[in-house]
Design a protein around this ligand. Structure first.
Ligand SMILES: [Zn+2]
Length: 262
C-alpha cells in the first residue's frame, strides 16, 4: 500500500509540475514534431529553388536577410534582390533581420547594432514587408549587449547556433538554438529531428540550396527535397519562427532570463 501511495505522489507531481511551469511561458502545449525552418544570408536560390518547394509541401519558413559584402550583395547571380525578398513576403513567408552587412553582434557597440537592425527594417518598410520580429545572429556569435538592443527594437525571437533542440521552458527566446545543415551532416539533421518531442522544438538553419556564395554551408537541392519529403511523410508541422507566438508567451520572460537579471 505504501508503495502505491508513493507512486501516486510521483504521478501527481509529474502531472502538476509541467502545468505549473508551462503556465509562465506557454499559451498552449508544444506539439510533438514541431519544426521551425530558417534560411540565412539572402541567397538567390532561396527564391528560385527553396520557395517553390516549400509551397509544394505547404511549409512555412523564415528568411533572415542581410546585404553581404563578400561576395558583394550587388552580385545577383548569388544573392536575392529586394524585389525577390518582397515576393517571398507576398508568398506568405516571414522576413527576418540578419543585420545590414552580416556584422557579428560581438563586434559592434549597441549604437552600431541598432543602426544595422534599422537598415533592414527601413528596406522592409520600403518594400511593404512587415517590420521583422525575428532575428538571426550572424556567425552565431552572441553577446550580452545584444539582448537589450533587440528587445528595445521589438524583436521577440532570435536564433543562434548550438546544434540542439529549443526548449521554450528553459531557453531564452532571444537566444534560441538551431542546427545548421551542410552538404554532409544529414545524420545530425535526422538525429535532431527525432528529438522534436516532450516540449522541445527543432530549429533548422539553412543557407543556399545550393549555395555558391558560401559553399561551406551549401545544402544540395536533392538533399533538401529529401528533408522536405521526410518531414511531410512523417507528419511534422513546419512553420516560420514568428508562428511560435501561438505557443510561446513572448511577453513573459523565460525562467533563465529572470534568474540572470536578478
Ligand atoms: Zn549568416
Amino acid at each position: 500500500m505504501e508503495i502505491k501511495d508513493e507512486q501516486m505522489k510521483k504521478i501527481l507531481l509529474l502531472l502538476l509540475l509541467p502545468l505549473l511551469t508551462n503556465a509562465q511561458v506557454l499559451h498552449k502545449p508544444i506539439p510533438d514534431k514541431l519544426v521551425v525552418l530558417t534560411f540565412d544570408d539572402a541567397i538567390v536560390t532561396q527564391y528560385t529553388v527553396v520557395a517553390p518547394l516549400l509551397k509544394k509541401y505547404g511549409f512555412g519558413a523564415t528568411f533572415f536577410v542581410c546585404e553581404f559584402t563578400n561576395p558583394p550583395f550587388s552580385d545577383k547571380s548569388k544573392y536575392l534582390s529586394w524585389e525577390q525578398i518582397a515576393a517571398l513576403n507576398k508568398m506568405g513567408f516571414e522576413i527576418g533581420n540578419h543585420t545590414q552587412n552580416h556584422t557579428h553582434v560581438n563586434k559592434m557597440d549597441s549604437l552600431h547594432f541598432a543602426s544595422e537592425l534599422k537598415y533592414i527594417e527601413s528596406k522592409c518598410a520600403q518594400y511593404h514587408i512587415p517590420k521583422p520580429v525575428s532575428f538571426a545572429y550572424p556567425g552565431y556569435d552572441v553577446g550580452p549587449k545584444a539582448l537589450p538592443v533587440l528587445k528595445a527594437a521589438g524583436y521577440v525571437f532570435a536564433r543562434q547556433g548550438l546544434n540542439r533542440p529549443y526548449d521554450p521552458l528553459t531557453d531564452n527566446p532571444l537566444l534560441m538554438p538551431g542546427l545548421t545543415t551542410t552538404a554532409d551532416n544529414s545524420k545530425d539533421v535526422y538525429d535532431i529531428l527525432s528529438k522534436a518531442n516532450h516540449g522541445k522544438i527543432v530549429v533548422l538553419t539553412m543557407h543556399g540550396v545550393p549555395d555558391e556564395a558560401h559553399p561551406w554551408v551549401n545544402t544540395p537541392p536533392g538533399l533538401f527535397e529529401q528533408y522536405l519529403k521526410f518531414l511531410k511523410d512523417n507528419h511534422y508541422r513546419v512553420i516560420a519562427m514568428r508562428d511560435l507566438k501561438q505557443y510561446i508567451d513572448v511577453g513573459s520572460e523565460s525562467p533563465k532570463d529572470r534568474k540572470s537579471e536578478r
